[in-house]
Write a protein that binds this ligand. Structure first.
Ligand code: F0G
Length: 455
């Protein structure tokens, strides 16, 4: 059962298929451009969409909104230092602000950044600073049905080789936990430890994209023998001790509607980051946030490790995944924590890559049921090779159904499972789409499409 009860509710407007056809056409067949009230169950993201707890609201009411040196920052800093174990704690308004500050403060043209997989905004920020970014996932991460328990791991052999090849140009290694862009798969504590040893040997800082570190840590307690009997918080503390710094969107595991944080020990880097922060974000004790946001984040740093919350979340996500699996839907396994991913190419074998299978599936699912997901596939990661004029498509073309925290009940998820299952029965009817407008960066948010063959 859900380990919480609802005290405030938000009505869901039930729409008809005819209405949804109208809405999606007006949105250029881009679910991101729908008005939220046109969506019945919104699984587009687990970011910034959590329901806040009584404790969070209570803390927010007691905030200190002083311009500088506010009590809310002091309290946040104390809790964050204790958890992360790093001296400098720098709040930011969300995850990508932290990525931007880090990139601007420490990356220079020609630098090399290595990662398990960088999230899209992280990669964009790093590349705009002139760095070359290389994702080094393990081979199993690219195989939908592989049952490797830690498909988020970085390929240690590849990391060693790339570190050696890059030499002085290797500036940073980042582990994204969990690996959102490749199925929300966890990274093993042992993998983080080995990466940390390699980085120390080469004197390259290892950082964490800690957006979903609580879920990553909890999955370690379930799947890594060395973590059996540990709490998620203990695993997280060990994780933080292995890295030189971290940036974290506080909108995911951090149970906030806004917010981010960085933690590190290096004084020179911290000073450079704070300088950039002052220019573009706000003062170092606020990072562009209100005192009440800092209060909300402080409470969440504790709440996100609650064992009942994490156990429920993992089980609810797996239950949705298993229902889909039983209906024959090609899903990515093992199931992670924040989302279930459907393989667009396997769901729509009649659609070639140019017709964007996972994206087309997301539109068909919306029409079928009013459920909105997020494609992490051909639209988000496909690249037009300027040399050949050919498209390069990602290994996996996925539709992500992300589950906001503490928002939807199991009956909502059962509705989603039924809708996807019914659509799968009629999968040959999913119509292909093609680009009408494709912006050069982060296309998923503003691109527009049309059905192939008109309509
Ligand atoms: N890192 C990861 C792993 C993320 O998933 C995200 C955002 C960010 C960084 C950027 O953080 O949104 O606070 O600026 N992911 C969202 C998602 C948008 O839906 O997965 P942000």
């Amino acid at each position: 059962m859900e380990p919480y009860r609802s005290r405030v509710v938000e009505p869901i407007r039930v729409t008809t298929r005819a209405e949804r056809e109208e809405y999606i056409r007006a949105a250029g067949y881009n679910p991101f451009l729908l008005a939220a009230e046109q969506v019945m169950i919104d699984l587009v993201t687990d970011s910034g969409t959590s329901a806040l707890s009584v404790a969070q609201w209570a803390a927010m009411h007691g905030s200190d909104e002083s311009f500088t040196g506010s009590r809310s920052f002091e309290k946040f800093q104390e809790v964050a230092r204790e958890l992360f174990g790093h001296r400098h704690v720098i709040p930011t308004h969300q995850g990508r602000a932290a990525e931007h500050l880090l990139a601007q403060a420490v990356l220079r043209p020609g630098d090399v950044v290595l990662a398990n997989t960088l999230f899209a905004t992280t990669r964009q920020n790093f590349e705009e600073a002139g760095a070359t970014c290389r994702d080094l996932p393990i081979r199993e991460a690219l195989v939908r049905g592989s049952d490797h328990p830690f498909k988020g791991n970085i390929d240690l052999k590849a990391l060693e080789a790339e570190l050696a090849a890059a030499g002085e140009r290797a500036r940073l290694v980042v582990l994204t936990v969990t690996d959102n862009s490749r199925g929300g798969q966890p990274v093993a504590l042992a993998n983080i430890r080995s990466a940390s040893e390699l980085c120390r040997r080469q004197r390259v800082p290892l950082w964490l994209d800690a957006a979903r570190v609580a879920e990553n840590s909890f999955l370690n307690t379930l799947r890594a023998p060395e973590c059996a009997g540990m709490t998620a918080r203990q695993v997280a503390r060990e994780t933080f001790a292995l890295v030189d710094g971290l940036f974290m969107s506080m909108k995911k595991d951090g149970l906030g509607n806004v917010g981010g944080v960085m933690a590190l020990d290096d004084d020179t880097w911290a000073e450079a980051i704070r300088h950039r922060l002052l220019v573009s974000e706000g003062i170092p004790s606020a990072g562009g946030l209100a005192g009440r946001d800092l209060e909300c984040m402080r409470v969440a740093l504790d709440e996100m490790f609650d064992a009942d919350h994490l156990a429920y979340r993992i089980e609810a996500t797996a239950a949705l995944g298993q229902e889909l699996e039983q209906a024959g839907v090609p899903v990515l396994t093992p199931f992670g924590a924040h989302a279930v991913y459907i393989d667009g190419r396997a769901f729509c074998p009649h659609l070639p890559d140019e017709q964007l299978p996972a994206w087309s599936l997301s539109v068909a699912l919306y029409l079928e049921s009013g459920v909105r997901g997020w494609e992490t596939g051909n639209v988000m990661m496909g690249r037009l090779d300027p040399a050949t004029g050919q498209w390069r498509w990602p290994e996996l073309d996925l539709l992500r159904l992300a589950i906001p925290r503490r928002v939807y009940s199991q009956s909502h998820l059962a509705y989603v499972a039924r809708a996807v299952g019914e659509l799968f029965e009629r999968r040959s009817e999913v119509r292909g789409l093609r680009f009408v407008y494709r912006p050069p960066a982060l296309p998923q948010f503003i691109a527009r499409f049309e059905p192939v063959g008109g309509g």
